[in-house]
Write a protein that binds this ligand. Structure first.
Ligand SMILES: Nc1ncnc2c1ncn2[C@@H]1O[C@H](COP(=O)(O)OP(=O)(O)O)[C@@H](O)[C@H]1O
Ligand SMILES: Cc1ncsc1CCOP(=O)(O)O
Ligand SMILES: [Mg+2]
Length: 284
């Protein structure tokens, strides 16, 4: 893949299903290299989701390797799911190197409101200007409020992504950080502080597979890698394509275990006709 693969400017005005297909095709054609500094629970699913979408994942997180490796990547993915103090310097170093090299980077603030250590770490990472932040409703609310969530259920959400409070928090967080902010849920919300779009693809059983949230954030990184000048569009189409793979996979699954495998197969096999017919993205 060349240094900075870009979707041609004119595609940004195409309809959402066409943009979704263009992004997926670009990922398949370009195989962007995605550096993932992610939690232990998610490493396997994140790598397999990226591979089935056509990207190349690399779980490389040591401070000894980042100065040499991060300049070669096409996007960086940072996820704080199993954070300990020894991981934070690598996350910050990788984000700084990505910024210096003009590479997009994406943050997943897993369970941001669960503890003050985790919240502080996420707020510090936000200062390093991620291109996109994707969390569930509770995670985005915790970042917006900047306070620990006394009712936190850890990585799971207790907030609806489409509540006025959550959409307002996402817009405000986007304006204060300069990052595109995405909130996953029954309808995924994506905002750049001015525009708000929603993706209605997905099935509720995705919540019953650990690391589907982590994986869709990694997919956002792959989509942003091939269209770095349109992070809102790339984020919305990544969320929709992942949800659509869940819908197709659900047709063949018997429960969360088989959905996990069917999701990977469906993402790998998605064709243009299915994407054009079934992508559901619109203004909110
Ligand atoms: N009620 C739902 N209906 C359909 N899809 C959903 C629903 N809730 C979550 N999803 C999808 O599941 C995936 C993971 O989202 P979510 O469970 O919110 O993330 P997290 O694991 O970070 O809490 C996303 O693709 C999202 O669109
Ligand atoms: C269960 C768990 N605990 C710490 S990280 C993690 C995985 C969370 O994955 P997701 O946020 O995608 O559900
Ligand atoms: Mg989850």
């Amino acid at each position: 893949m060349e240094e900075n693969p870009q979707i041609p400017e004119e595609q940004s005005t195409e309809s959402w299903p066409r943009q979704a297909w263009a992004h997926l095709e670009s990922v398949r054609a370009a195989a962007p290299l995605i550096q993932c500094i992610t939690n232990f629970v998610s490493m396997d699913l994140v790598a397999n989701v990226l591979l089935s979408a056509g990207a190349s994942p690399a779980m490389i997180h040591s401070v000894e390797e980042i100065p040499e490796f991060t300049p070669k990547i096409h996007a960086l993915y940072i996820n704080v799911g199993t954070l300990t103090p020894d991981w934070l310097p690598a996350m910050k170093m990788a984000a700084e190197v990505a910024n210096q090299c003009n590479k997009p980077w994406v943050l997943d603030p897993v369970a941001a409101g669960a503890s003050s250590f985790r919240l502080r770490a996420c707020l510090d990472l936000l200062k390093l200007k991620p291109t996109v932040v994707r969390g569930n409703g509770s995670e985005i609310m915790a970042l917006f409020k900047g306070s620990v969530d006394q009712t936190s259920k850890g990585p799971d959400s207790t907030h609806d992504s489409t509540g006025d409070d959550v959409i307002g928090a996402a817009k405000s967080l986007s304006r204060s950080t300069g990052s595109v902010v995405a909130v996953s849920g029954a309808v995924d919300i994506v905002t750049d502080g001015a525009r708000v779009v929603g993706s209605a693809n997905g099935v509720p059983m995705l919540q019953k597979i650990t690391a589907t949230g982590c994986s869709v954030t990694a997919l956002i990184a792959a989509f942003v890698a091939v269209d770095p000048s349109h992070p809102l569009e790339a984020t919305a189409t990544a969320l929709s394509i992942f949800g659509l793979a869940g819908e197709v996979g659900m047709g063949r699954a018997r429960g969360p275990g088989s959905l996990r495998a069917e999701l990977i197969d469906a993402l790998h096999g998605l064709d243009r006709d299915t994407v054009h017919r079934m992508v559901k993205i619109g203004n909110v």
